[in-house]
Design a protein around this ligand. Structure first.
Ligand code: LMR
Length: 338
């Protein structure tokens, strides 16, 4: 008997089992409600992906599925959204990969600075067996990974130009809740400050932090440019997402509906991942047309950032697994043939 609530009548399902009725014989017209919560703006890769999911799900499963989208941390935020998912208070989330450390330490691989050369390399790793296995690494916590969604490569923003790692010394940077990102900024002699995404702009305005790292689309849509006149195009790491659901909820959805939803997710994932890079290019353009100074690095400057940040790998090798790190390194184009 399916006693897990899908927003349908539990009583009716239980009653049917009692009387020996097939579930299909019951008129149960209430749609399955899927609450999809996220912390970003709607004009971002994730924001648009969520809207597409709603559009396709409601078009292809009329009356069967209703999707409610809650953007900009309007329902839950960084601090409580994963617990809310586990408690089935919402059904779909797409937190950045830096936010799953509590549930699967191996996912921290995506936070290692200068591991992936570009988003294509990230994509290759996510599609290969080792990357795909990570999608099912949180089953014990009632979390199922459905797909990887791209945002893009991270840049540094600050109140002053940072050409070299030494320029970051003494500044406080807002970070996502990831021990690796924390070590990365500590290695620079900077102060990492873990803050929810929704609190970042205010913390920048108040001077609590003087810098951040994020993608072009997040920097642009959160309007950090108001208080961050410099963006360093470091591409030093990746900010991607895992689309996740509550395992019990998902597998209680009738098979035909779930299969359709999985098909829709595949389609939306394809669209999101193809558009993410262009969305970041556009956000970069919009920032350069404004007041932002974009600082591109010389090869030598980039090497000095790499040299300053990469030593943190050693600290996390045992937690993540040397073999996984090696597999990830092999996706970079220069290593792809090895
Ligand atoms: C951040 O906290 O900076 C990002 O994870 C926000 C997001 O979801 O892109």
């Amino acid at each position: 008997m399916n006693t897990f609530s899908l927003g349908r009548s539990r009583l009716v399902v239980g009653f049917s089992a009692l009387l020996g009725f097939a579930n299909t014989a019951l008129a149960d017209d209430a749609p399955i409600v899927i609450k999809f919560s996220h912390v970003v703006a709607e004009n971002t890769p994730k924001g648009e992906g969520a809207l597409l999911f709603k559009k396709f799900a409601e078009e292809r499963l009329p009356g069967k599925v209703k999707v409610e989208i809650y953007p900009n941390s309007s329902l839950y935020g960084d601090a409580d959204e994963l617990q809310a998912l586990r408690d089935n208070k919402l059904q779909i989330l797409a937190p950045s990969l830096a936010k799953f450390g509590e549930y699967n330490k191996q996912l921290q691989i995506f936070d290692l600075p200068f591991l992936f050369d570009d988003l294509e390399a990230v994509n290759r790793f996510q599609q290969r067996a080792k990357g795909r296995q990570l999608l099912s690494g949180m089953q014990k916590s009632n979390i199922t990974g459905l797909a990887y969604w791209h945002n893009g490569m991270k840049q540094l923003s600050a109140i002053k130009p940072l050409n070299n790692p030494a320029d970051a010394e003494g500044l406080a940077f807002r970070i996502q809740p990831s021990p690796i990102i924390e070590s990365q900024f500590t290695a620079l002699g900077a102060t990492p400050v873990k803050l929810p995404f929704a609190a970042t702009l205010q913390a920048l305005k108040d001077g609590q932090v003087q810098g951040t790292e994020n993608t072009w689309s997040n920097i642009y849509s959160q309007q950090y440019a108001q208080v961050q006149p410099y963006i360093m195009e470091t591409n030093h790491g990746v900010l991607d997402y895992m689309l996740v659901t509550n395992t019990q909820f998902w597998y209680a959805i009738p098979h035909a509906t779930r299969t359709e939803l999985e098909d829709i997710i595949e389609k939306v994932t394809f669209l999101v991942n193809n558009a993410a890079e262009a969305q970041n290019v556009l956000a970069r353009q919009q920032l350069t047309q404004g007041k932002t100074h974009v600082i591109t690095l010389t090869d030598q400057e980039r090497s000095s950032w790499r040299a300053a940040m990469q030593p943190v790998w050693k600290e996390y090798e045992a937690v993540i697994g040397a073999d996984l790190i090696k597999a990830a390194q092999q996706v970079n184009r220069k290593n792809a043939a090895k």
